[in-house]
Design a protein around this ligand. Structure first.
Ligand code: SF4
Ligand code: SF4
Length: 394
């Protein structure tokens, strides 16, 4: 239900005539606006993260401001555990939860193509696992029909099970579509939040600062370096560390695939590559890191304080974590299974997991890193300019 404030804004926009249209806030956005008004009067949490300094630059919170702030929030829980107005107080201030609900809504609102945004609501653990299993089964049947499902592949060459060009033909379109869909979505988000964040163009110092915040996951340190919260009000660095293992593990695996593609097309060196070749080194280190990171994130997610974040998005979070884990575990199993008759079967399992990961990427948790990076970039631009209301922590 809309608050009186939101209805007043809508009435004001109508009274001002057709040329000035103020977007109507959803219930979740209205709730963020309400809580930000309370926080703006309190400001106890100013040093915790980027959200509160950004908040102090505003007296009103329009739709674009709220989308920007929601994606700037890392859901660290610090402001919930510090807040004297948190539930059961009658003010009911729970910033991480309110921000998470809007964040989920922004993924859907900015999805490209828009009609597929609804997939965010369906994307969960069951769908992710079922998709990976169905794709693996399809490949198992295809390999079985060729008579190459069980038995030694010549020279451990999995291209003898599925030819290289067939794999490229299957994976490249899905991957490229995922990149396009995510790119278009974040482009729309960027265009909407830019006017609300000063409108100034991106500059090098801002980009460097945002890159530093992203690569170090700066805002999961609680603002004091002791970490954020997970199960309760105790500080922990576990979330930050497991995120790092996951992120850098994923990047190393991606680098392994990129180098292998370069080897194949530029030098004509066909897979499989053995240790200590660069693709194998990157893949093994990345795979182990990704497995450890996702196993840790899974455990933390299951134990997460119920007031943190939006419980409705938990299945999406777990589905993404599960697919990353399956991708890394099956990739490592494929490597360990070289020289055994199970190679083709392991290959089918790995390809099924990778394909499911690519297919769900544009409409799942993967987007949170990209939208958050865009918000951090805009924050780094905005904070370099004088505070428009002449108040606050800047
Ligand atoms: S979360 Fe609570 S303590 Fe923190 S600024 Fe808002 S009202 Fe104040
Ligand atoms: S949950 Fe953490 S990142 Fe989000 S607003 Fe609160 S302190 Fe900032």
């Amino acid at each position: 239900m809309q608050s009186l404030e939101a209805l007043t804004r809508e009435a004001a926009s109508l009274a001002d005539g057709p040329r000035r249209v103020i977007p109507i806030l959803s219930a979740a956005e209205t709730e963020v606006g309400r809580q930000m008004q309370i926080c703006n009067a309190c400001r106890y949490c100013e040093g915790f993260c980027a959200v509160f300094p950004a908040m102090t630059r505003r007296l009103e919170f329009g739709k674009a401001d709220i989308h920007f702030l929601a994606n700037l929030c890392h859901n660290c829980g610090a402001c919930l555990h510090a807040c004297q107005y948190a539930p059961p107080h009658e003010f009911g201030v729970n910033v991480p939860q309110a921000m998470a609900e809007v964040r989920g809504q922004t993924y859907l609102d900015y999805a490209w193509p828009p009609a597929l945004g609804v997939l965010y609501q369906r994307n969960g653990l069951t769908l992710s696992l079922a998709l990976a299993a169905a794709l693996a089964l399809f490949l198992v049947l295809a390999a079985a029909m060729k008579g190459s499902l069980w038995g030694a592949a010549p020279g451990d060459n999995f291209y003898s099970v599925f030819p290289h060009n067939l794999l490229v033909g299957m994976f490249a379109p899905v991957f490229l579509f995922a990149v396009l869909a995510l790119g278009m979505g974040v482009r729309r988000f960027w265009r909407d939040i830019t006017p609300a964040t000063s409108g100034a163009p991106l500059n090098r110092p801002a980009a460097a600062e945002a890159a530093d915040a992203v690569l170090r996951l700066k805002y999961l340190d609680g603002g004091h370096g002791d970490g954020c919260h997970n199960d309760d009000d105790a500080y922990t660095l576990a979330r930050r560390r497991f995120h790092h293992l996951t992120f850098y593990g994923f990047m190393l695996c991606f680098a392994a695939t990129t180098v292998a593609t370069l080897y194949h097309y530029a030098f004509g060196w066909a897979a499989p590559y053995a240790l200590p070749s660069l693709p194998k080194l990157l893949g093994v280190v990345g795979g182990i890191s990704l497995m450890a990171g996702t196993a840790g994130l899974w455990r933390l997610n299951r134990r997460r304080h119920p007031l943190h974040g939006d419980l409705a998005q938990k299945p999406m979070d777990l589905g993404f974590i599960a697919l990353l884990f399956l991708t890394s575990a099956s990739g490592l199993a494929l490597w360990l299974g070289r020289g055994t008759p199970a190679l083709a079967l392991l290959l089918c399992l790995h390809l099924g997991a990778v394909m499911a990961l690519f297919a769900t990427m544009p409409y799942g948790k993967f987007g949170h890193g990209i939208f958050r990076t865009a918000a951090l970039l805009r924050h780094a631009v905005e904070k370099r300019l004088p505070n428009p209301i002449g108040l606050g922590a800047d």
